[in-house]
Design a protein around this ligand. Sequence first.
Ligand SMILES: CC(C)(COP(=O)(O)OP(=O)(O)OC[C@H]1O[C@@H](n2cnc3c(N)ncnc32)[C@H](O)[C@@H]1OP(=O)(O)O)[C@@H](O)C(=O)NCCC(=O)NCCS
Length: 247
Amino acid sequence: MSVPSVPQPVVSMGGLLPAVARAAQIVGRDDDVRALPEEVRALGRVPQARMWEFAAGRTCARRAMRALELPESAILVGAHREPVWPRGIVGSITHCPGYCAAAVALEQDLAAVGIDGEPHEGLPTGVLEAITDPAERAALEDLPSGPVCWDRVLFSAKESVYKAWFSLTRAWLDFTDVFVTVHPSDGSFQGHLLERVVDERAPAGFDGCFVVGAGLVLTAVTVACGPGRSPRAWETGDSRNDTALTV
Ligand SMILES: CC(C)(COP(=O)(O)OP(=O)(O)OC[C@H]1O[C@@H](n2cnc3c(N)ncnc32)[C@H](O)[C@@H]1OP(=O)(O)O)[C@@H](O)C(=O)NCCC(=O)NCCS
């Protein structure tokens, strides 16, 4: 199974994560992608392309877990499609055409991780209006004009926030329940939960970071253990957190 190739990778999910986390990513083709039999059973019958991306996500997850010296284990599928991590592990998976990644950490080091990868292109017509409020759109318009599709960065940031949020609360979050502010100067963003959805199991604000390159937008959110701690991941992570890179 294969996915279309993308140009030389210059972006790294691991670079968006704190040092306690590990990431693995596949850019383009990888012939060693596989899902374990119990994972395939949990997924059920799906088209081949879906099976490939599912297996690629599980493969990345196991490579990242190996980098934490954890044994190989199945990552099953939860009732809301979320990955079910082995006890003591937190993590997140993403895939888009030509790209797949997983990030993991020990539960004792991080409370939650959310990652997302997207093609670096403008959102389809109408999507930005559906996922933002007018103040968010106004703030986007103030960002530097140039090659970066800020609407896609914002969308991806919301997806990462959602994945981290869900793993803490197991609750739904609408795109307009979170106000995202993007900071191009240091590649960071903040997601602030609206009052109506604040939940004591999760922070009211999520810090994340992003990178744009090689036709991709990558975002990551991490939540520290304990109240009031928020690791500034982009200050501590580097590409050595990535354990696999295939072009
Ligand atoms: C679930 C969702 C976030 C997945 O995002 P996507 O862009 O379609 O796809 P990605 O490739 O980035 O991520 C898919 C992976 O996310 C993971 N995932 C799915 N549901 C999840 C959930 N509820 N919580 C955490 N992770 C989840 C899975 O590992 C999945 O891959 P897999 O099915 O192969 O295991 C998205 O489909 C969705 O439902 N979004 C609506 C909710 C939302 O984002 N709200 C924004 C609030 S600000």
